[in-house]
Design a protein around this ligand. Sequence first.
Ligand SMILES: [Zn+2]
Length: 114
Amino acid sequence: MIIFGTGSSTIHPKKLEGGSCPYCNTENNMWIQGYRKYIHVFWIPFFPIGKKVYSVCGHCKGAFEEREFQNQQLIQSFNDFKNNQIKTPWYHFTGLTILVVFIALLIVLPYLTK
Ligand SMILES: [Zn+2]
């Protein structure tokens, strides 16, 4: 029986530079947060399948998708963060790494035992 499915890990919230809330207009209190999704097999993260990021206002607690931003500075700050700060952690590739090592061993072993 193979047990597999998807899991997710949360991205630690970070404060964005500048910008204002699209809803309550509070300045410089926007936070970026989100989560990453991955496929797991027997609860070992196998490979990542994507991430979801959005921003939350520190004042009204409203959550906003990138397309809801009207402020250019906020869009800039959000994209900088998304592209530079949110990396896929190495352990999301654990299963894939094990598989590659296993296949490599299967290929190499017959030569080693000759
Ligand atoms: Zn707000």
